[in-house]
Design a protein around this ligand. Structure first.
Ligand code: SAH
Ligand code: SF4
Ligand code: F3S
Length: 470
């Protein structure tokens, strides 16, 4: 693997745009408007990448469709975080043999985090012959060239060489939602938590230049975006690889200095790097949503060490206490893994007691899934699956009770919420803390902030009424 971040030059990007225009001309000559379908698995990072893939496809003359049936191009943007995620992709990929049979010109591409693993690409090469092109996250910016080659050379194309990673500014981008936008501020991860595949498939940590991020945010705000979510695997280490004198808290401050009625959110924060300065900046700044996703993974210091997380239970709890003391309304969410190799019953109980102590608004809960090539995959793991399932169920029951209790405390209170869409017969809105509120109202409310009084709650969401004194 190369170690240094590559900055993709303007010339290289122009070459890709030339491929886009050649592809658009190829279809124009046949008087066809081709259709493309992009299916996204995994996290917001992949969602953001899919917006770029759609942008490139539009530049290549494609219309975007929401089904693989009849599409001229299908792109599967995949996730490798757990075995289950990979199985789903392989299942859905298998089903594409039928759509391709019905539409023989269909070109199928697989990209994203699974495409960064040799075991996966070997399997595609050998057993999934209907897949025309595979490219890892490092080669995303070369998609126009890959597409052109597949269309013209009539052979399968693999862009999967392992790299430290690159930064490509100025790629076309098609956002699904302009009201709420993702902005990647950095790519990759250097942490190598022992269970995690991400550093292997997304390369080393690399930050975008502040001026590029600020220009993107400014354009979004001027275009009517009301919520910007800054993305990175570990946003708190933003800027460490640049010599720009700006850390993540400074970047937040610079974004909030822009005029406009908007909120900034961010994810994910690694607890080790979540600094007092970050919490002070959040507390001071009304444009930063009082919401924090701070994955703890385990409540046991021994397990945290085995996970290579670089904090222990007490350090984590201390940070949470500090953040809550500054921001009593803070909505806290987290990720937790049950059944890490060697986790004892007592250690699992420590996870439960940490959850009781912090009282998260919501948790993303996972059972450990061994990822080939990561250190944890070869650790001794004597706990049977049924026992892990039992722990998992117990943890979920605890969290559901807490979420329900916290949500019922919303009832009778009024919150300023961004109305973001319609789901069947109700409008949907989000509180500043990101909680989902359903209420009755007219579509004309979508896109702006309104005061909503909460009238009911469940484990997962809230119901409310528009406050007329708005
Ligand atoms: N960068 C983020 C997390 C990215 S992955 C962070 O460090 O917090 C999202 C979540 O998936 C992780 O927080 C972890 O809880 C879970 N996860 C990652 N690898 C896993 C594995 N091998 N088995 C089960 N859960 C895993
Ligand atoms: Fe994975 Fe850890 Fe990096 Fe998060 S910080 S992406 S869990 S290695
Ligand atoms: Fe999955 Fe890759 Fe995100 S492995 S969770 S899509 S960074």
């Amino acid at each position: 693997m190369k170690n240094k971040t590559t900055v993709i030059s303007e010339d290289q990007l122009k070459l890709q745009l030339d491929f886009c225009h050649k592809t658009a001309a190829y279809w124009r000559e046949q008087s066809v408007t081709p259709l493309a379908y992009v299916e996204t698995y995994g996290c917001q990072q992949n969602e953001a990448d899919s917006e770029r893939i759609r942008g490139m496809l539009i530049e290549c003359g494609y219309g975007i469709t929401d089904t693989a049936e009849g599409a001229d191009v299908v792109v599967m943007n995949t996730c490798a975080i757990r075995e289950h995620a990979e199985q789903r992709v392989f299942g859905n990929l298998g089903a594409l043999t039928h759509t391709k049979r019905r539409h023989p010109g269909q070109k199928i591409f697989l990209c994203g985090c699974m495409a960064g693993q040799t075991v996966v690409t070997d399997r595609i090469k050998n057993s999934y012959h209907h897949v025309d092109g595979v490219f890892s996250t490092h080669h995303l910016w070369q998609f126009p060239e890959i597409l052109w080659r597949v269309l013209n050379q009539k052979k399968r194309v693999f862009y999967i060489e392992d790299e430290a990673g690159s930064i490509a500014e100025g790629l076309p981008q098609h956002r699904d939602n302009t009201l709420k936008a993702w902005v990647s501020i950095m790519y990759g991860c250097n942490n190598f938590c022992t269970y995690c595949i991400v550093p292997y498939v997304r390369g080393r940590e690399r930050s975008r230049k502040p001026e590029d991020i600020l220009a993107e945010c400014r354009a979004l705000i001027e275009g009517g975006t009301r919520e910007i979510t800054l993305l990175g695997q570990n946003v708190n280490s933003y800027g460490k690889d640049l010599e720009c004198g700006m850390d993540f808290a400074d970047l937040l401050e610079a974004i909030c200095a822009m005029d406009g009625d908007f909120l900034v959110r961010f994810m994910t924060s690694h607890p080790r790097d979540a600094s007092k300065k970050l919490f002070d900046t959040m507390a001071r700044n009304p444009k930063i949503a009082k919401q924090l996703h701070l994955p703890f993974q385990s409540g046991s210091s021994r397990v945290l060490k085995a996970m290579n997380r670089h904090y222990d239970r007490e350090i984590y709890l201390e940070k949470v206490r500090y953040a809550k003391s500054l921001m009593p309304e803070l909505v806290l969410t987290s990720d937790v893994i049950v059944g890490f190799p060697g986790e004892t019953e007592e250690e699992f109980e420590e996870t439960l007691s940490l959850i009781e102590e912090v009282r998260y608004d919501a948790l993303f809960t996972f059972i450990f899934s061994p990822r080939p090539g990561t250190p944890a995959a070869s650790m001794d793991d004597p706990t049977p699956r049924e026992e892990k399932n039992r722990r998992f169920d117990k943890l979920c029951a605890l969290q559901n009770r807490i979420s329900e209790e916290i949500h019922s405390g919303y009832v009778g209170r009024t919150f300023r919420c961004l109305v973001d869409g319609r789901d069947k017969d109700t409008l949907t809105a989000r509180t500043e803390g990101g909680r989902l509120v359903r209420f009755a109202g007219d579509d004309s409310l979508i896109g702006s902030y309104h005061n909503i009084t909460i009238t009911g709650s469940t484990t997962w969401s809230l119901t409310g009424e528009l406050t007329l004194t708005n």
